[in-house]
Write a protein that binds this ligand. Structure first.
Ligand code: HEC
Ligand code: HEC
Ligand code: HEC
Length: 282
């Protein structure tokens, strides 16, 4: 899967939505355990479809409803009608796309909106569209975050890392990577400097292999540079110097910095969402 520009903002927003939902849920009702997505939704997403059709229909609906409201506010009949027609077409498509969600959609309310437009009742148009927007929100509260995670967030549990000569599942690779980081920490505390330095060499190799896997999803080099680029490289250099000087305290601090830059930053973007996705859908 190729991430698109702006998807990060979506991911961040999604996470906020999710956390808010979780915080609001009563303790006995854990988000996700009672909400399931309809099977017919999948056909409107990759890989079953060339585009994320459901999402793009949604973007169209929001734009069209905005135009309807703004032209109704201005009393501009011609433009109002043009956009209302497009809104009508897209909205009626929804229950055909996902029949399981028919109850979430109020076609009578849509008829009423069209009726108000026919009579140039601009205040009535605004009232009807207020009510339609309430329906939009009610479906979103229940299904939006879950849909984005399930159908648009890539699966890291299928990712494999070329670890030197060996092709490993991502989670096995991570177990090894964590052990190498801790081996440096343990050896530093016990002042076994050669072991610490050898382990640092191993860590650098593994980070290089990990960095080569970024292109599975990112076409550009900026994401890799941000997390495994010169800043992390600088941290690793400083760690190496501290180990050479046999300065355990400084080495410990520098290892911590590397872990924040190379591991925690990347986890904040990818891991939280991946694990939430698994928790919700598997
Ligand atoms: C792509 C950026 C990225 C970087 C860089 C990264 N991780 Fe991860 N890590 C992930 C993701 C994503 C997951 C969750 C995988 C999943 O959901 O299957 C994960 C999961 C893990 C896990 C749990 C393994 C499991 O069983 O799923 C450990 C442990 C871990 N990472 C350690 C590290 C350490 C240590 C570093 C730094 C030295 C690091 N990671 C750097 C993305 C990253
Ligand atoms: C039957 C359920 C349902 C109804 C009704 C519904 N939506 Fe959605 N909408 C969704 C789902 C599910 C998503 C998440 C899609 C995704 O992220 O891939 C979504 C996402 C969106 C988004 C994308 C939000 C973003 O910034 O990422 C917009 C815009 C949107 N809907 C507009 C509307 C409007 C406007 C209406 C009412 C006229 C509406 N939707 C009614 C289910 C619904
Ligand atoms: C399985 C797919 C996948 C892999 C592998 C992956 N990423 Fe990402 N990453 C994403 C998605 C999806 C986003 C959301 C934003 C986007 O689409 O760019 C993202 C966002 C990011 C961002 C924030 C937005 C940006 O473009 O700067 C950074 C930084 C990043 N990834 C770094 C990495 C690094 C470093 C690696 C390799 C160690 C990596 N990613 C591997 C899927 C992936």
């Amino acid at each position: 899967m190729r991430p698109r520009d702006g998807a990060f903002a979506v991911a961040a927003m999604l996470l906020t939505t999710l956390l808010a939902t979780m915080a609001a849920a009563p303790p006995t009702l854990v988000a996700g355990t009672e909400t399931k997505l309809p099977a017919s939704l999948a056909q409107w997403y990759k890989p079953h479809n060339k585009r994320h059709v459901w999402l793009h229909t949604m973007f169209a609906l929001r734009r069209e409803l905005q135009a309807v409201r703004e032209y109704a506010g201005e009393g501009d009949k011609a433009h109002l009608r043009r956009w209302a027609e497009r809104f009508d077409q897209h909205y009626r498509r929804l229950p055909r796309m996902v029949p399981e969600w028919s109850d979430e959609l109020d076609l009578e309310l849509l008829d009423e909106l069209n009726e108000r437009i026919k009579h140039d009742d601009f205040k009535g148009v605004l009232r009807a569209s207020d009510r339609l927007e309430r329906d939009c929100r009610s479906c979103h509260r229940q299904y939006q975050a879950l849909t984005a995670l399930t159908h648009r967030w890539p699966r890291f549990d299928r990712l494999r890392i070329a670890d030197g000569g060996q092709d490993r599942p991502h989670s096995d690779f991570k177990d090894e990577l964590t052990k190498v980081v801790n081996r440096i920490k343990i050896a530093t505390e016990d002042q076994r400097w050669p072991v610490a330095e050898q382990s640092l060499i191993a860590l650098r190799k593994k980070l290089q292999y990990l960095g080569e896997s970024c292109t599975e999803c990112h076409r550009d080099t900026a994401p890799r540079e941000r997390i495994l680029g010169s800043e992390t490289e600088h941290g690793l250099e400083q760690l190496q110097q501290a180990l050479k000087q046999k300065n355990g305290k400084t080495a410990g601090r520098r290892l911590g910095t590397v872990a924040v830059k190379a591991c925690a930053r990347c986890h904040a973007v990818h891991r939280l969402l991946s694990e939430t996705r698994r928790w919700l859908s598997d």
